[in-house]
Design a protein around this ligand. Structure first.
Ligand code: AMP
Length: 268
């Protein structure tokens, strides 16, 4: 028992107990930022490292997804992580009978272009929440729709966890860090930041009064001329992920585009 007489001596420990950072490994500064945030706010930091087969559509890069557990473990340790939870596929999926399907915000964009992707994400994140029982879980806003999907799942299923969404960490030229950036060869790498640059131009145009659809069409054409195959680019209501041109809702402009063999996503 501690008897406290002075306000300044109260010094209560407000840190929550368990923080979880779900990842697929191949750590970069984006992951490390989430780990450090968790470290600063929670007592025990758990990072899961699991390349989740159910969130890859057939023909996607599950087999060649970058994996380097030794390097990841060293980086996790250096950033104050207490537990690196790296289960086997058999452990996580003894069967694949039950899954979590999030409708609504999961339907469009990534959901439409990557069939089954968000069922895989929601299922594995739900399982991780049940396995680890974190007080707080940390996700990156680079995957904006993923954040919306997890938020909706947590609300709809009354999952007792607090969600924390963190800013996107970028290279100095603007390219959002991603484990998949290693697929960019020397020829494509200088073009890759154009996705973020064009999204920024859309934002500026909208702020200066250009109609949303027009600003997006210009950016889309610019990206196509630079060699991107744009899968989608849209201004959306950040809560519903439905297309919107209502600047009062705090529009998010989201995009996915292929550059050679690499699929990039970003948002502003
Ligand atoms: P991943 O390993 O790609 O599944 O990502 C694990 C977590 O890191 C997810 O919550 C991502 O949104 C987040 N993340 C990925 N890239 C970045 C980035 N550049 N900045 C911040 N967070 C990121």
């Amino acid at each position: 028992l501690k008897i406290v007489r002075h306000i300044a001596d109260l010094d209560l420990d407000h840190t929550l107990k368990i923080g979880l950072v779900p990842t697929m490994g191949a750590f970069h500064e984006g992951h490390l930022h989430l780990m450090r945030k968790a470290r600063s706010e929670t007592k025990t930091v758990v990072v899961s490292l699991f390349v989740n087969p159910t969130q890859f559509a057939p023909g996607e890069d599950f087999d060649r997804y970058p994996r380097d557990e030794e390097r990841d473990a060293a980086l996790a340790e250096a950033n104050g992580v207490d537990v690196l939870f790296a289960p086997t596929v058999e452990d996580v999926y003894p069967r694949r009978t039950t899954s979590v399907h999030v409708g609504g915000v999961a339907t469009r964009w990534e959901g439409a272009h990557r069939p089954g992707h968000f069922d895989g994400v929601a299922t594995v994140v739900c399982k991780l929440f049940n396995i680890v029982s974190p007080h707080v879980a940390y996700f990156g806003l680079k995957d904006f729709q993923q954040c919306a999907v997890i938020k909706q799942m947590v609300e709809d299923l009354d999952v007792p966890v607090k969600l924390s969404f963190e800013e996107t960490i970028r290279e100095s030229d603007g390219l959002a860090l991603s484990s998949r950036n290693v697929y960019l060869n020397e020829e494509l790498r200088p073009t890759a930041p154009e996705l973020y640059r064009q999204l920024g131009l859309v934002k500026d145009e909208i702020h200066s009064g250009t109609p949303v659809d027009q600003a997006i069409e210009v950016a889309r054409a610019n990206l196509t001329a630079l060699g991107f195959q744009v899968e989608y680019m849209a201004a959306v209501d950040p809560a519903t992920l439905e297309p919107s041109s209502d600047v009062n809702v705090g529009l998010r402009v989201i995009a996915a585009a292929k550059l050679g063999p690499v699929r990039l996503i970003d948002n502003v």
